[in-house]
Each structure stands twice: as C-alpha cells, then as structure tokens.
Design a protein around this ligand. Structure first.
Ligand code: FMN
Length: 130
C-alpha cells in the first residue's frame, strides 16, 4: 500500500495534523509547495490537508489540486484545521472529485492547533488505512 501525505499550512496547525497522519501511515508529510510534492509515482492513497482562509483554500493547495491525475492517485482522504468552519474539507473533496479521484467520506478535522490527544487520534486514523 503506497501512501502519500500532502498539506499546506501557513501557521503550523495543519502541518501538525499532517505529520501525525504521516507517522501513522509510515511515510513523510510534504508541503504542497515542496519541489518533490507533485505525485510522480502511483499511490494507492493520498491524504490531502489544508486550512480554511477567508472561506477558501490557499492558492498553493488549489495549484496542487490542478497537478493531480486520477491515473496516479487511486483514492484520497482529506483533513483540515480552522477556527470554526469545516468548509475546507468540502472544497478539498470537490477539487479531488473534479480531478476524477474517489474521495473517502470520512475526514479528519481539528479546531486550530491540534492537541496531543488529537495528534494521537490522527495517527490512529491513518493507521486504519494501512
Ligand atoms: C487570513 C485568515 C483567514 C481565515 N479564515 C477563516 C475562515 O474563514 N473560517 C475559519 O473557520 N477559520 C479561518 N481562519 C483560521 C485558520 O483556518 C486556522 O487558524 C487554521 O488552523 C490555520 O491552519 P494553518 O496553521 O495550517 O495555516 C483564517 C485564518 C487566517 C490567518
């Protein structure tokens, strides 16, 4: 099972969740703007995370969504952090669906900075998919 974890995080909250997911999945979390972020080799599962900014996704995440190809990403799971709204989860799901990539209905969300318990839960969440 090949798993990739990608995220974008301005202030570290979504990054913390991404790193816990990556730990659970036994892989590394990469920011979508890292040079090696584009998915080159086929993956069975992509965890994609982003926060909500002014009710939208960061441009880096939108750009990354445009690079995705359904022939290299079999399935995706989305995660997010925000102050209040879970809307980024829907935006991420829509971006993936528009690329023809099936998305799990189950999502992972934390309000602002995830605490120790939430990070543990994120690890366990990822392990379920192994
Ligand atoms: C400019 C800006 C706009 C934001 N807009 C929203 C918003 O519309 N709704 C919301 O619930 N949270 C909003 N937030 C809160 C962030 O989504 C939240 O702090 C998130 O955890 C940041 O994740 P990051 O540390 O990974 O960048 C906003 C934060 C910033 C800085």
């Amino acid at each position: 099972m090949k798993i990739a974890v990608r995220y974008y995080s301005r202030s570290g909250n979504t990054k913390a969740l991404a790193e816990a997911i990556a730990k659970g999945a036994g892989t590394a979390a990469l920011s979508v703007d890292a040079p090696e972020a584009p998915i080159q080799e086929p993956v069975d599962l992509l965890f994609l995370g982003g926060a909500l900014y002014a009710y939208g996704l960061d441009g880096h995440v939108k750009d990354f969504l445009k690079t995705l190809d359904k022939t290299t990403v079999k399935k995706a799971v989305v995660f997010s952090t925000s102050w209040i709204s879970r809307h980024a989860l829907e935006l991420l799901k829509k971006g993936l669906a528009d690329a023809g990539i099936p998305v799990e209905t189950e999502t992972l969300y934390a309000r602002n900075k995830p605490g120790a318990e939430q990070l543990k839960a994120a690890e366990a969440f990822a392990r379920k998919y192994l």
